[in-house]
Design a protein around this ligand. Structure first.
Ligand SMILES: Nc1ncnc2c1ncn2[C@@H]1O[C@H](COP(=O)(O)OP(=O)(O)OP(=O)(O)O)[C@@H](O)[C@H]1O
Ligand SMILES: [Mg+2]
Length: 492
């Protein structure tokens, strides 16, 4: 399946989101030749996703924001270049739209009014190319692994045969096997189609072997003298010449040394655990795990690891008291449960959970409850009895440390992917619960914001919270000296 590769040009291109006074990106100039494979780098909030959305023609019209300069694909304004670009995003769940695999892969084509026979020919060819050749087209999309779902999203995009393939952190939410699957699928696709590629990824090493050009966009800090494109060249040139600049700007340049945040030794392992499970079975309807006895200590970080789909998020919700166990019990230590009804958090009211158990959801949006970023972080401290002055002081410090201060008055839903994640973690940390359950807290972070998050998590741990993280992030587990619990599939 050869596809005519697209030619991209930006001339002093910029975009200001309607609700912001500063431009997210400004003064961008580049010329990407047909068939080039570009890695787009930049700190969290630098404007990478904004550029990707611009190229994909989904930024919207003048009520969504203000455009400067021009951004074209094959000489046509990107906003109206229908069908020329295909975008795959970070979160597989938000892109899989239909119930059956085949329908889902055909969805994009159907919107382009391609004849039916041709659609199904393309769908089969695309599924083949992404390594899903033998998949049953009637199979439910709900039962696919993360890597399979991302490959399905890729197949759906491929079937539209766009000259430009756009991947925005396509592996950020995947387990290590899923990362390899998606990488290999993209490699095979590019070899066969010859498309132009732009990929965004904080973890550079994933795509190193497939790219021939690196473009780095500057930090969005309005006071910073650098903006727009700060480096552009072959990987050797950019990493050789700008290595320090990139590292200073927070890039995960290959081989970076990770910080060491060993726990303080004053946690006595003789203490009773903060949280235990007793012969726990958990799941939604059907059991994902049975007869589980685990103990989580105060002052300790435990990492729940294992493949996508094994049920780690479901277990996390069960531990946090938000999902009823199918059988068995989750119990909290008496001094933590003190004042609540009993020691089983799934029987508590939400206000009893406050300050005792905090949950950071996999999807940051599931957590947002206030219209402004600053209020979002202040909710926890306020509901635990802090007066406004105190609550906002805590919120302001949290925002400062998470590099979110300039968004204090923004709406949480308008933040970038990495910013949303930091906000959701910050709001939970602000109320310093005795037990903290976090589902993939570090995804989408650049090195600087990641390090700050590690420090904050180490901080609540050392102040005596029991921390449970669901994660694929090996560096996080190492930096925090977390205890690992590995999950597999029930019955395997
Ligand atoms: N819908 C929106 N409305 C208002 N502002 C937005 C919107 N989307 C993004 N922004 C802002 O534009 C800037 C760039 O965001 P963008 O999502 O492009 O960053 P990014 O480089 O992709 O970051 P990340 O690595 O965290 O995903 C950020 O300051 C962000 O807060
Ligand atoms: Mg982004």
């Amino acid at each position: 399946m050869r596809i005519t590769p697209a030619h991209l040009e930006a001339k002093q291109w910029g975009w200001r989101h309607a609700t912001r006074k500063d431009f997210a990106l400004r003064g961008l100039d580049f010329d990407i030749q047909p068939g080039e494979h570009v890695l787009l780098l930049g700190a969290s909030g630098a404007g990478k996703s904004t550029l990707m959305a611009g190229l994909a023609g989904v930024l919207g019209g003048s009520d969504e924001g203000e455009q400067e300069g021009s951004l074209t694909i094959d000489g046509i304004e990107a906003g109206i270049a229908r069908g020329k670009a295909g975008l795959v995003l970070q979160d597989p769940d938000s892109q899989i739209i239909l119930e059956r695999v085949g329908d889902d892969a055909a969805f994009g084509c159907e919107n382009l009014n391609i004849p039916r026979d041709e659609i199904w020919r393309r769908v089969r060819e695309s599924l083949n190319l992404v390594g899903l050749k033998d998949i049953d087209l009637d199979r439910s999309t709900r039962h696919l692994s993360g890597g399979q779902r991302q490959r399905l999203a890729l197949a759906g995009v491929l079937a539209m045969q766009p000259g430009l393939l756009l991947l925005d952190e396509p592996t950020a939410n995947l387990d290590p096997d899923g990362v390899v699957e998606v990488h290999d699928a993209v490699r095979d696709v590019l070899a066969r189609t010859g498309q132009t590629l732009v990929v965004v990824e904080h973890h550079i090493d994933v795509w190193m072997d497939l790219i021939d050009r690196v473009i780095v966009i500057g930090h969005p800090d309005p006071d910073s003298p650098v903006g727009g494109i700060i480096a552009d060249g072959s990987p050797d040139e950019v990493f050789g010449r700008y290595g320090d600049l990139l590292a200073g700007g927070g890039a995960w340049v290959p081989g970076r040394a990770i910080p060491d945040r060993k726990p303080k030794d004053n946690v006595s392992s003789g203490d009773r655990p903060a949280l235990i499970t007793e012969d726990l079975s958990f799941g939604r309807g059907t059991a994902l795990g049975e007869h589980i006895d685990l103990a989580f200590q105060s002052g300790e970080v435990t990492a729940l690891m294992g493949p996508n789909g094994a049920g780690k998020s479901t277990l996390a919700l069960t531990l946090a008291g938000l999902l009823e166990p199918l059988s068995g019990h989750v119990r909290v230590r008496a001094d933590i449960a003190d004042g609540a009804r009993g020691d089983e958090p799934n029987r508590w009211k939400s206000r009893e959970l406050l300050g005792r158990i905090g949950m950071v959801f996999q999807e940051p949006e599931h957590q947002f409850a206030a219209p402004l970023v600053r209020d979002e972080v202040a909710i926890g401290p306020k509901s635990m009895g802090a007066d406004d002055a105190k609550a906002y002081a805590i919120a302001d410090e949290m925002l400062e440390r998470m590099n979110l201060s300039r968004f204090a008055k923004a709406n949480p839903y308008t933040l970038s992917g990495g910013e949303k994640r930091r906000l959701s973690v910050a709001s939970m940390l602000a109320s310093a619960p005795k037990i903290l359950v976090m589902d993939e807290p570090t995804f989408g972070q650049d090195f600087t914001t990641w390090t700050e998050m590690v420090d904050l998590i180490a901080g609540v741990r050392d102040r005596g919270s029991a921390v449970i993280v669901v994660t694929h992030d090996e560096a996080l587990v190492e930096a925090l000296h977390a205890r690992r619990i590995m999950f597999g599939f029930a019955g395997e």
